[in-house]
Design a protein. Sequence first.
Length: 61
Amino acid sequence: MAGRWTAAVVMLVAALKGRAIVLYYMELKDAQLAWRLVFKAWLAIATVVIVAFWALSAGNS
């Protein structure tokens, strides 16, 4: 049981780290709102898709 939640938490931490890197180190935080929304939407969709594929494959093994 803990293994299933661990992978989801690790993915969430990776997404938050990616967000911090892009917003602060690549200075997207000062960009136009449209660019920030595009990035945040892409990050959310990518995270959900990866976790969903992982959950589907983990259920079949």
